[in-house]
Design a protein. Structure first.
Length: 572
């Protein structure tokens, strides 16, 4: 009986022209051969089954070919090519780094490199899964890789480039292999099916290509599996049956149930899927992909993103016309939420059934659902007690302008808005409202509060005691309070003079604390304090940013011209 050879080996490309999906890499390698500019080391990296080892073997075979074609392909007729095709070439060595990853293995390789080829031009060393080499083996390999004999070429292949040390990467020409597209895989599968006399269905090949996830080797392995199961006719139904794939028809039917608000029909369909042995999360993933495809069909420019056969594409286009884009967006978001929460659900079947019920009811209240999606993205839903007033929405920062006619400038100062819902949580806003009410209650003086009369001497004594409380923590404030003596302007008004505006503002901020201390000490809760700048003191020193700018502008008027030319503004 003739031994069976899997399709991945039987149909392995033997020249660059037949390599699938790596045109940029094969073109570069052929040009390098034609121009005699071959590097001493190559690194082929990329996912599994995309042609790394295949291209390495073709490159090794081509550079040793005695009659290279004009297109830089091997002739397959010379002695070197025939020996390679029968695995009898002494110029090409393949090493599996997964099982030969020690320093001793690399030393044996280096010893072989010293021996020149007996026939042909080059000795080629193909090291597969090179990232499996140990750190010591990598270091032992460095010198030989950087300065090999002129007849030695190294081709390293790996699926995990990030594990290869940088010193190795810097000594190689790096080629990144990409995943093979579904269209290219289908073309190759059709070629294989024709060569073996197998009838195939376009939709069936699409399923196989999608399952392969960009790997030609995986696609050919699945094809062989399907050929054993289905014989000489590989149909869509046989593929989904053997590969345990949910039929597209389930998702088209459940979407029709959504559009028709048919909750019983969707639940019965899901029960049928569960009875067929499929998991709920499998169904959720497929439903999300189906809704995504319907959303893609809403715009003619994105239809090319559909990775399905022509028959299925026509069904998608037809059903997409009956689906509102808002419904699809909301449904996709819901599917994603339920998929993320699936593992945490105790009753997983009920978890999916709730989703189906919600999606079936969605079309009845589509405007509300659309609004709900937008509201969820803007602000979370919050329920407030009717007795608690809702804080005003956050306003934009307003800018107040101050005119200075003497200097001809406009100064803008930003005024912070009051606390709104956008800057704090609801709990924080309620707390601020309560604190404000409490503060108003504290400032309200009862009518029966004591109002004992006090003299200048007692006022001065208690004023110094109050200032002493700030001596350690706020020495500047202590100095301000002790510089002058307070005086009684009237029976219920105390006046205190300061030197400048900064001192006045500082004391106004502390007025509440000062009054609390003095009223308690003087046993009088009805008097007030007034701060003012002493008229006899003329302090020309600039304190604020505005004052400093005015002083500079008076000294050098050109500053105003510069400000106008650059359209600058002063901010408080």
């Amino acid at each position: 009986m003739e031994s069976f050879v899997v399709s991945a080996r039987k149909f392995r490309p033997g020249e660059f022209e037949s390599v699938i999906g790596q045109d940029a890499i094969t073109r570069t390698l052929r040009n390098a051969i034609r121009q005699h500019q071959l590097a001493q080391a190559f690194l082929f990296c990329g996912p599994r089954g995309v042609g790394k080892t295949t291209c390495a073997r073709i490159l090794a075979k081509t550079i040793n070919c005695q009659n290279i074609t004009e297109n830089s392909e091997p002739c397959n007729q010379c002695e070197s090519c025939l020996n390679f095709n029968t695995s009898a070439s002494f110029n090409i060595y393949e090493l599996d780094a997964a099982s030969n990853n020690s320093v001793d293995d690399i030393r044996n390789l280096i010893d072989q490199v010293r021996i020149p080829p007996q026939t042909g031009n080059y000795k080629v060393y193909i090291i597969d899964e090179v990232h499996m080499l140990s750190a010591q083996a990598f270091n032992a390999f460095l010198k030989t890789l950087e300065e090999p004999p002129p007849y030695a070429k190294f081709i390293l292949a790996t699926t995990e480039k990030q594990k290869v040390i940088p010193t190795i990467l810097s000594r190689c020409q790096i080629f990144d292999f990409k995943r093979i597209s579904i269209e290219d895989i289908i073309i190759q599968l059709k070629h294989v099916a024709t060569s073996q006399g197998i009838e195939t269905d376009e939709d069936a090949l699409h399923i196989i290509a999608q399952k392969a996830d960009g790997s030609m080797r995986d696609a050919l392995s699945i094809f062989d599996q399907m050929a054993n199961f289905a014989g000489n006719v590989i149909s869509y139904q046989k593929v989904i049956e053997n590969l345990n794939v949910l039929d597209y028809d389930y998702f088209f039917r459940v979407t029709d149930f959504f559009n028709n608000t048919d909750i019983p029909g969707s639940l019965l369909l899901f029960a049928e899927i569960i009875d067929s042995g499929f998991e709920g999360q499998h169904f959720l993933g497929g439903l999300a992909a189906h809704l995504r495809n319907l959303l893609v069909c809403q715009d003619p420019g994105t239809i090319r993103l559909l990775d399905v056969g022509e028959n299925l594409k026509a069904r998608y286009l037809n059903q997409a016309k009956a689906c509102h884009p808002a419904f699809l967006l909301y449904s996709l978001e819901k599917c994603n939420q339920y998929d993320l929460n699936f593992k945490n659900s105790n009753n997983k079947r009920l978890h999916v059934e709730i989703l189906l019920t919600q999606l079936c009811s969605l079309n009845e209240k589509l405007p509300q659902a659309t609004t709900a999606v937008q509201a969820e993205k803007k602000t979370p839903s919050v329920t407030l007690s009717p007795s608690v007033p809702m804080p005003a929405p956050k306003k934009e920062v307003a800018a107040t302008e101050t005119e200075s006619p003497a200097l001809g400038i406009t100064i803008k100062s930003k005024v912070q808005p009051s606390v709104g819902i956008g800057s704090m949580s609801i709990k924080g806003n309620i707390k601020s409202i309560d604190e404000k009410s409490k503060e108003e209650d504290e400032n309200k003086i009862p009518a029966d509060a004591p109002a004992t009369d006090f003299g200048e001497e007692l006022l001065q004594n208690r004023w110094e005691a109050c200032a002493a409380t700030y001596e350690t923590k706020f020495p500047s404030l202590y100095t301000t309070l002790m510089k002058r003596k307070p005086g009684k302007k009237s029976a219920l008004l105390v006046e205190f003079m300061v030197d400048n505006k900064l001192q006045e503002n500082e004391l106004k901020e502390r007025k509440k604390d000062l009054l609390f201390f003095l009223r308690k000490e003087l046993n009088n809760y009805h008097f007030d304090i007034e701060f003012s700048i002493a008229a006899s003191i003329k302090d020309d020193r600039p304190y604020t940013a505005i004052d400093k700018f005015k002083r500079m502008a008076e000294t050098n008027p050109a500053i105003l011209s510069l400000k106008d030319q650059l359209d600058l503004e002063l901010e408080l």
